[in-house]
Write a protein that binds this ligand. Structure first.
Ligand SMILES: [Mg+2]
Length: 392
């Protein structure tokens, strides 16, 4: 069966963290499992990292405040994340992917795009490859994945989501229009709440409506994003599967049990967070050229300041020193709810940074990459991109 010019898979594990908890603790099977911060009897202040399908029935979802989850589902099984275990399973899954193609682009710990166009001669038709991957993941990890198969990334990603959990959906090129037509415009890659609102104002609610818009008018109305969205709405997406993209930043943040303006506590926390970040940098062999400090006040207003360095740093002390000087620039007019430290402008050790894909790619590709990042953030909350060193 011909899918089109390319055969792209989007593979996404089902309720990944929660499914691992249910796998490792059979007594959790069939129960609403909520992975995240300590709910502290409804007084906890972090967020839900992930939850099982049983928990979703109560309205619980990732990035929801844990206190809210507790209200919605007090009978849930609340567990702290075990990032090391999740990362181990993730490595197994990525290994399965790479048996079928070298063109694997991880989007997060539990999902990836695979370009299997060149694998057909060796492994069979695309549908067969997709099913083999699903089966192999289940055999190796005991977990289920959902898979979308299409001629491009955009359609494959939507397809994997349609029949979750344990889903498999093929969208042939001739069916793309009908497949996208009734989906809300928020499904378009790059449409955040702001753009969604603007498109609603212009009278567009579904992808099909946007596909019928006049292209030049759309670009005039919403700017350069208009061209991108017009193409996506018609199911056109030429983006390549880019293997092994580098993380844009490594960050760590924490929500205080009680809002605080205790300067000493804040400075000490900055050092702890910086140490966390530094540990991840060293584990992954990165040095950072930029430090960002994030503060959320009691009022929930959130602010960041960043500083680019003329050198690259890797130790907790160095990162903390920069973060503290950024902290000094914030007025402490309100108590602080959350504080975070991020290391950006990452350079892999022992390489010329300009040889890294992230740095050598055209600005076009960088833009696409930031779209990816934004999309993940929009879908899962900013927490989704943190790499397991966070204090939940
Ligand atoms: Mg997933």
């Amino acid at each position: 069966m011909r899918i089109g010019g390319r055969s792209i898979l989007h593979v996404d594990m089902d309720a990944f963290y929660a499914s691992i908890e249910q796998l490792d603790n059979p007594e959790y099977k069939g129960k609403p499992v909520i992975v995240g911060a300590d709910p502290k009897g409804g007084k906890g202040r972090g967020v839900v990292a992930a939850c099982s399908y049983e928990a979703r029935k109560f309205g619980v979802h990732s990035a929801l405040p844990i206190s809210r989850a507790w209200k919605l589902c007090p009978q849930g099984v609340y567990v702290r994340p075990r990032m090391k275990r999740y990362a181990d399973v993730s490595a197994q899954i990525m290994e399965v992917f790479r048996r079928y193609t070298e063109l694997v682009e991880p989007l997060s710990i539990d999902e990836a795009f695979l370009d299997i166009t060149g694998s057909i001669a060796l492994f069979g038709v695309p549908e067969q490859i997709a099913l083999s991957i699903k089966q192999e993941i289940r055999e190796r990890t005991g977990l289920t994945a959902s898979v979308g198969l299409a001629a491009n990334k955009f359609v494959a990603k939507i397809a994997s989501d349609i029949k979750k959990p344990d889903g498999f959906m093929v969208v042939q090129e001739k069916d793309v229009g009908a497949f996208l037509r009734d989906l809300p415009i928020s499904r378009l890659w790059g449409v955040g709440p702001k753009t969604e609102h603007r498109l609603h104002e212009l009278g567009f609610r579904t992808i099909g409506e946007l596909a019928g818009a006049e292209r030049e008018w759309l670009v005039r109305s919403i700017g350069s994003l208009g061209e991108h969205l017009y193409q996506l709405s018609r199911g056109h997406d030429e983006r390549a599967v880019v293997p092994n993209w580098e993380p844009k930043s490594i960050s760590s943040e924490t929500t205080f049990d009680e809002d605080t303006d205790n300067r000493e506590l804040l400075l000490r926390t900055i050092l702890e967070l910086a140490d966390h970040v530094a540990e991840r940098l060293r584990n992954d062999n990165y040095r950072a050229g930029k430090v960002t400090l994030k503060l959320r006040y009691s009022s929930f207003s959130t602010h960041t300041k960043q500083h680019s360095l003329d050198r690259q740093i890797q130790t907790g002390e160095e990162i903390a020193a920069v973060a503290r000087s950024l902290f000094a620039q914030f007025p402490l007019k309100q108590k602080i709810r959350l504080i975070g430290v991020a290391a950006g402008d990452l350079h892999h050790e022992g390489h010329d940074p300009r040889q890294l894909p992230l740095f050598e790619t055209s600005s076009d590709t960088k833009e696409k990459l930031s779209h990816t990042v934004d999309e993940i953030k929009e879908k899962f909350g900013a927490d989704a991109l943190r790499r397991g060193s966070q204090l939940l």
